[in-house]
Design a protein around this ligand. Structure first.
Ligand code: SAM
Length: 194
């Protein structure tokens, strides 16, 4: 339990970040991972690494599963942030600098059972079918920033595609606190494919 407690302390110290997800969405994803027991976890778009650290802590709590992260460091002027070294030391496979488009296209099918996509905000929606292809049946997929059509039209189309495919989903879009921005959207999809 200590891994999870120290993650809660980290979130408390960090507060809400401009580029990061909402704290409640971190808590949801981490709780979901702890319960799902995935073997292969993929995070596209490391950003603040606040989620990445939580994924590591949750995998340690589960005593199973490994994490792969993909980033092109576009938000870091192309330079790997220094804290990434400690993620590598913790056993995370960090594939960088790597373009999301290229990684997803070249990734074998059915590789991952738990995926978080928060990388390419311009085009990611155009290869959403590949996300379903690389995720195992019954795998969980989270897409962030999916509820802002004006700013991220490609991402806001993902919900429509999920509906077309008849996949079960829930779109988290509601804030309850003044310091939240949950209306940016966190789309949770279960890859219920044949
Ligand atoms: C919004 S941040 C992710 C935030 C993260 N989920 C968090 O909670 O802190 C987006 C990340 O994706 C990376 N990124 C942006 N475009 C990308 C692309 N085309 N391919 C790979 N990574 C990309 C950026 O460098 C950045 O680290």
């Amino acid at each position: 339990m200590n891994n999870l407690k120290s993650y809660l302390d980290l979130l408390d110290r960090a507060g809400q970040q401009d580029v990061g997800m909402d704290t409640c969405h971190y808590l949801h994803i981490i709780g979901s991972l702890v319960a799902k027991k995935p073997q292969q976890v993929l995070e596209v778009g490391v950003g603040t690494a606040l989620l990445t650290v939580g994924l590591v802590m949750a995998l340690r709590y589960n005593q199973c599963g490994v994490l792969t992260c993909v980033d092109n460091w576009a938000d870091w002027q192309g330079v790997e942030p220094p804290e990434i070294a400690s993620l590598r030391e913790a056993g995370v496979t960090v594939l960088a600098p790597v373009e999301e488009r290229q990684f997803i296209a070249e990734c074998p099918s059915g590789m991952y059972d738990f995926v978080v996509s928060d990388g390419d905000h311009k085009d990611s929606g155009s290869w959403v079918d590949d996300y379903f292809r690389i995720t195992k049946p019954d795998g969980f997929i989270y897409f962030h920033d999916t509820n802002n059509h004006d700013r991220f039209p490609s991402l806001s189309c993902i919900e429509e595609r999920v509906k077309e495919l008849g996949l079960p989903y829930f779109h988290f879009t509601q804030s309850s606190r003044a310091d939240e921005r949950c209306e940016r959207g966190l789309l949770f999809v279960v890859n219920k494919k044949a």
